[in-house]
Design a protein around this ligand. Structure first.
Ligand code: FE
Length: 190
């Protein structure tokens, strides 16, 4: 075993027990890994964002009721019972956190990055958002209002970033390639 951390050893032990008792099979595990490697990840969120940039009716629907607007996509991954989409503008910058743990819209963004679960990010982004954002390389003009959204077991947030300049006439597919995970959490702008 390449990873001999206590967590890896514990995971391995739990996995063997579950298999031994017939609760899961090797195929079940492969399926979950394949899902998060291939079908669930920021590309789903990027698709939604790019469509919102190119389809005003969809954008309105998304901001009005995120869960309902993305339901037809039938994204896998879960954690999306109540999705709230918040829109960045020239005057407002939104950033998402889960102060309590690591709630995150898996179906749209995949599994959360390590820093999102870090107690330092979770407490500091609330107390000193501009400073934390600057550490991510995002220096916001003092005139831009920062809004911090605290996720919960009930509500997950997605930031709708501003469409980058110089992308006039691009189709949704090409635009989606410009959308990053960090921009959809709100620690980056495009
Ligand atoms: Fe949480």
């Amino acid at each position: 075993m390449a990873d001999d951390s206590p967590q890896a050893i514990r995971a391995e032990a739990i996995e063997s027990l579950l298999k031994e008792r017939g609760l899961i099979t090797e195929d079940d595990i492969d399926e979950v890994i394949a899902m998060y490697n291939e079908r669930v990840g920021p590309m789903n969120g990027a698709k939604v964002v790019a469509r919102a940039w190119t389809d005003p009716d969809f954008r309105r629907a998304l901001l009005d009721d995120g869960s309902a607007a993305v339901a037809p996509y039938e994204f896998e991954g879960g954690q999306m019972e109540k999705l709230v989409v918040v829109e960045n503008t020239a005057h407002v910058h939104n950033v998402v956190v889960c102060t309590l743990c690591s709630c995150y819209p898996w179906a749209l963004l995949g599994l959360p990055p390590r820093w999102y679960k870090d107690p330092a990010y979770r407490s500091r982004i609330v107390r000193e958002p501009r400073k934390v954002l600057a550490e991510f390389g995002l220096e916001l003009d003092p005139a831009v209002q920062v809004r911090v959204w605290d996720s919960s077991a009930e509500v997950r947030y997605l930031v709708l970033p501003e469409r980058p300049l110089g992308t006039d006439g691009w189709d949704a597919e090409r635009l989606a390639e410009r959308v990053t995970r960090d921009a959809m959490i709100g620690v980056a702008r495009l």
